[in-house]
Write a protein that binds this ligand. Structure first.
Ligand code: FCB
Length: 448
């Protein structure tokens, strides 16, 4: 009996996304996405790295599925590249692109691995960006069409769907900060983008259900524990704002509570809503709150904030605490707290962790192996936090480690490594790290 036994039927998974692993960007009729354009724009990514080849998974998926089987993986979360299926975003279907995901799903099912398909992990077809991107309402309708097409074609094989990955990143990294594609810096546009990404989720749930009865659908939000630097009212208000901006702005409408009133007031005061909440039309909030079958979220870290002149001008503090290769603080307690909050304040009945993991640049050692003890320690602490939450009654039903493979970490290019499997990007050789063997034991024992 493991010291930390998980409930029977707990789902052990790992996750990836299309642009981060597939490569083959010009093959079989795939159209360009905003990430192709962004990564090929000088100065946007570290050393100009692109996902042109990445892990070459498009050609090596069988080898990668064999690795998953060795790991004893029960579920695999991957994403479908919208521009492979609908190269122009809308209109004619590209059968060859769709067939890749059919083959992948079949390979998974043959090994007894349940596919979890994310429909949007950031690779918007460029034609849709050129028509306005996520700040334009039409993009939400285009997403629903795409979701319906894919669910109709693959719904016989894929039963589990995630609509949008991390609408905070889609809207804020893409349109507020411009650190991610499409690289715009316009906060009012970013807020419009956040609404349309959520609207796309709600319309997508409806489209998937209509096309594939019996489908199970959810969204993957990303949460960050927002902690005040001190107990002063001003610092606590900064943490309130940060939590609202990052977590509640997305969580509340999905759960049927609408946009948080404190945040609308702050955004208005900050001048972020030049025309108010005009993008929100009657009926939108109920569409966004369409009931889902599970609720998924990604968790990596926390942020400690101190008050600035205004709540939206808060300061992020960098404490002298243990950090990952990304510079993110290691804070498993935040995962525990978020799980409890989802249960006690939001009464969510079925919760999945759709990503959790860590980047370290551990090299291949002289013995040919990768000794990534720090990753094992990180995953262990976070799984113990999950176990504690389950003991406290939280209905956590599964955990997806990020990521199966070292891969293209967006603007960081190949300078970060999140994988259980080391990838040599020159030769495409895969080497399972020590954490791979460790995770295999966790899965086999259903606990630690
Ligand atoms: C998440 C993304 C995922 C990966 C991890 C490290 O925000 O969903 O693609 O980049 O962070």
């Amino acid at each position: 009996m493991p010291a930390y036994a998980f409930p029977p039927g707990f789902i052990w998974g790992a996750a990836t996304s299309a642009y981060q692993i597939e490569g083959a960007v010009d093959e079989d009729g795939r159209g360009p996405s905003i990430w192709d354009r962004f990564s090929h724009t000088p100065g946007k990514t570290r050393d100009g790295h692109t996902g042109d080849v990445a892990c070459d998974h498009y050609h090596r998926y069988q080898e990668d599925v064999a690795l998953m089987a060795d790991l004893g993986l029960q579920a695999y979360r991957f994403s479908i590249a919208w521009p492979r299926v609908l190269p122009q975003g809308r209109g004619p279907l590209n059968q060859a692109g769709l067939d890749f995901y059919r083959r992948l799903a079949d390979a998974l099912l043959e090994r007894g691995i349940t596919p979890y398909a994310t429909l949007y992990h950031w690779d918007l077809p460029v034609s849709l960006e050129d028509a306005g991107g996520w700040p334009a309402r039409d993009t939400a309708y285009a997403f629903a069409e795409y979701a319906g097409v894919v669910a109709a074609a693959l719904g016989d094989r894929i039963r589990h769907w995630i609509t949008i990955n991390e609408p905070w990143c889609v809207s804020m990294l893409g349109y507020q900060f411009g650190e991610h594609a499409p690289g715009r810096q316009d906060m009012p546009a970013a807020i419009a983008a956040s609404h349309h990404a959520l609207l796309a989720h709600g319309l997508g749930v409806q489209a998937i259900r209509a096309a594939a009865p019996g489908a199970e659908v959810g969204i993957a939000l990303n949460f960050e524990a927002a902690v005040p630097a001190s107990d002063s009212p001003a610092d606590r208000d900064a943490a309130r704002y940060r939590d609202g901006y990052y977590n509640r702005w997305f969580l509340d409408p999905v759960c049927g509570h609408g946009y948080p009133g404190d945040m609308i007031a702050d955004y208005r005061a900050a001048g972020y809503l030049p025309r108010g909440m005009h993008v929100v039309r009657p009926g939108d909030l109920s569409t966004i709150a369409t009931p889902t079958d599970f609720f998924a979220f990604n968790y990596y870290s926390r942020v400690v904030v101190a008050a600035g002149p205004q709540p939206w001008q808060l300061r992020e503090l960098r404490l002298d605490t243990p950090r990952t290769g990304m510079g993110w603080e290691i804070y498993p307690e935040g995962l525990y707290k978020i799980l409890l909050r989802l249960y006690s304040h939001y009464s969510l009945p079925r919760i999945l962790i759709s990503e959790n993991g860590v980047s370290y640049l551990d090299p291949v050692a002289a013995d040919g192996r990768v000794h990534d003890e720090r990753r094992i320690a990180f995953l262990r602490e976070h799984l113990i936090a999950c176990h504690r939450a389950i003991q406290a009654g939280v209905p956590l039903i599964g955990y997806f480690q990020w990521s199966l493979l070292d891969n293209y970490e967006w603007a960081w290019g190949y300078h970060q490594r999140f994988g259980l499997v080391h990838v040599d990007f020159a030769t495409q050789q895969r080497i399972p790290k020590d954490s791979f063997a460790w995770y295999r034991d966790v899965i086999a024992a259903n606990g630690l």
